[in-house]
Design a protein around this ligand. Structure first.
Ligand SMILES: Cc1cc2nc3c(=O)[nH]c(=O)nc-3n(C[C@H](O)[C@H](O)[C@H](O)COP(=O)(O)OP(=O)(O)OC[C@H]3O[C@@H](n4cnc5c(N)ncnc54)[C@H](O)[C@@H]3O)c2cc1C
Ligand SMILES: NC(=O)c1ccc[n+]([C@@H]2O[C@H](COP(=O)([O-])OP(=O)(O)OC[C@H]3O[C@@H](n4cnc5c(N)ncnc54)[C@H](OP(=O)(O)O)[C@@H]3O)[C@@H](O)[C@H]2O)c1
Length: 511
């Protein structure tokens, strides 16, 4: 009876949501092919043993890949389980949602999205379910901020100087993310403003009905705050933005197309997508588009609703500088398109009852890593493949060195980076040497010498994939690992070869 009811509910779902049903089937197939099987609870996992720092989606996914391939891990999370498991997604509003399509946010092959743009709750649930599925609940310590990572005399990593409690590790995955505590800059004369001020990540339960809302900032959080204010029937909404960012449509085909620029920066053809965006997306609102900043220099915002809200008169997007807070609002210097920050404009007081600071987040520190990995000219993000410091490729800082990109933080690359690290650890012949890693970094700088940003300050997803292909092909000892690096498949063959090679190594085993 239960089976029949279950079959009926699947059938009803398939009929009422045919697209979601097909999407779920595709994801189920990806899961079968690419998700490594979780280890049985009794299985003793082998070395190399990896310390994963951070229990956000990057840390959880990386750890799941490690244990899925039979390698032991321990996850260290600074915050409590409630605020730490799921990382930043555990600390933002319940109304937050993914801006890009969830097909570009499959942070682990076992993830199953039932909607195109999942909300904060769905995302948190998926992170927690990967964590449980791979038995990582038994391998995570919460309330444990990592302050030091050092090598002992036998070359193994020790965490927080506490070998007795945590043991030793062969590799480190620093998955601390790029969004730490809320950033609340002090506005000039802020204390004179008579109303409340909230950070954009703390809007749950706040009431702005009938109020004039002032949103400070011009990034993705400002757009989310604007949507929050619209849905809460605010009387007036003004976004006060001091710098321009590109906005691209919430359309998976357009977003994928834009990320296919393999040069990972501005080219002489960049005017083409910019022209199309202005003509067919911004249309009457071209004044908001950046006039002096190329599309391939900064992370764009992904949103299709914003312009409708502005056109419907529900919100205004104002460019300029905050001069001072007044009791009734903010004294603002309105700048015309193209006039830089602090440039000339005209001043007026923009009235408001509530200020929402969409001013971003503090960047979590990587300073627990050894000092030598912060060498001048080769400091993050100028690392091998952006995440491996050339001084020590047993450290992998996935998503923690990220600055700007057209791509996504929660996607296939998390698995690829984890498998590169595992390959470097188990197979010494594939491990890159410091000089060659620096050569690759310098080579990438030469290739991107005309980019207006630093070579690693902006990249596209296509460029990332090209990096992986390049470094896999350049070293013949890595060829046997290619199906494993890219898809997590067939590690048995290269492992068997490495075991044979171990017999000829002076000290026996590789690690
Ligand atoms: C509202 C919002 C929406 C977003 N939407 C998108 C989107 O659509 N697409 C996209 O690609 N990205 C998006 N992002 C960016 C977001 O950063 C990523 O989606 C993703 O959550 C990053 O995951 P992470 O695991 O790398 O980092 P986090 O989720 O930040 O997790 C890092 C964890 O490391 C822990 N940690 C930090 N330092 C230490 C330490 N020293 N010791 C121990 N633990 C430590 C932190 O406590 C935290 O739990 C969004 C961000 C926000 C705020
Ligand atoms: N749903 C989503 O996808 C979503 C939602 C929210 C956030 N995110 C992600 O989370 C990260 C953070 O985004 P965010 O929007 O919170 O932060 P952000 O991108 O860093 O933007 C912060 C904004 O605040 C402005 N600002 C900072 N200090 C200011 C000050 N003192 N006075 C006036 N303006 C000030 C900044 O201007 P300057 O640029 O001039 O410094 C910038 O416009 C990004 O990676 C973003 O993609 C994603």
């Amino acid at each position: 009876m239960e089976t029949i009811n279950h079959a009926k509910s699947i059938l009803t779902f398939a009929i009422t949501n045919p697209l979601s049903f097909v999407y779920l089937i595709i994801q189920q197939i990806l899961n079968w092919i690419f998700a490594p099987a979780p280890p049985p609870p009794s299985e003793k996992l082998r070395r190399p043993r990896i310390a994963v720092i951070g229990a956000g989606l990057t840390g959880v996914s990386s750890a799941a890949h490690c244990v899925g391939h039979g390698f032991d891990v321990k996850i260290f999370e600074a915050r409590s389980k409630e605020k730490g498991l799921g990382g930043i997604w555990s600390r933002v509003n319940s109304t937050s949602a993914l801006q890009i399509h969830s097909i570009m946010f499959r942070f682990h092959p076992s993830v199953k999205w039932d909607t195109a743009y999942p909300t904060q709750e769905n995302i948190k649930e998926q992170i927690a379910s990967v964590w449980k599925l791979y038995g990582l609940d038994k391998k995570t310590v919460f309330d444990t901020p990592i302050t030091s990572v050092k090598k002992n005399s036998s070359g193994r990593w020790i965490i927080n100087d506490n070998e007795a409690e945590y043991g030793t590790f062969d590799g480190i995955i620093a998955a601390v993310g790029s969004c730490g505590d809320p950033q609340m800059p002090h506005l000039p004369d802020h204390e004179k403003f008579s109303g409340p001020t909230f950070h954009s990540s703390e809007l749950d339960g706040k009431d702005v009905k009938g109020k004039k809302v002032l949103i400070i900032g011009g990034g993705a959080s400002a757009v989310e705050a604007l949507e929050f204010a619209v849905s809460n029937d605010a009387a007036e909404i003004d976004v006060l933005s001091r710098s321009d960012k590109w906005i691209i449509p919430r359309n998976v085909f357009v977003d994928v197309l834009l990320s296919l620029n393999i040069f990972g920066g501005e080219t002489s053809f960049s005017w083409i997508p910019e022209w199309f965006l202005r003509k067919f997306f911004y249309r009457d609102l071209q004044d908001i588009s950046p006039s002096k900043k190329g599309l391939y220099t900064d992370t764009p915002m992904v949103n299709s609703e914003l312009f409708n809200q502005i056109r419907a008169g529900k919100a205004r997007w104002l460019r300029g500088d905050i001069l001072a807070c007044k009791e009734e609002g903010i004294l603002f210097n309105h700048r015309a398109q193209g006039v830089p920050k602090g440039g000339p404009g005209h001043e007026s007081v923009v009235n408001g009852d509530v200020i929402i600071m969409a001013t971003g987040y503090k960047r979590p520190s990587l300073s627990f890593l050894p000092d030598n990995v912060f060498e001048e000219k080769y400091e993050p993000p100028n690392w091998y493949l952006q995440v491996f410091p050339p001084q020590d490729p047993t450290i992998c800082a996935t998503n923690s060195t990220y600055l700007n990109a057209i791509g996504t933080v929660g996607n296939y690359h998390i698995g690829i980076y984890t498998r590169f690290l595992l390959m470097f650890l188990v197979d010494p012949l594939t491990r890159p040497r410091e000089g060659l890693m620096k050569l690759w970094i310098d080579f990438t700088r030469v290739v991107k010498r005309f980019a207006p940003t630093g070579a690693f300050d902006f990249f596209t997803y296509a460029e990332l994939i090209y990096w992986y292909c390049f470094v896999s092909i350049i070293n013949p000892f890595r060829w046997k690992w290619v199906p494993f690096i890219f898809f997590g498949l067939f590690p048995g063959l290269p492992l068997a070869i490495v075991e044979e090679e171990d017999r000829f190594r002076p000290n026996g085993k590789a690690k």
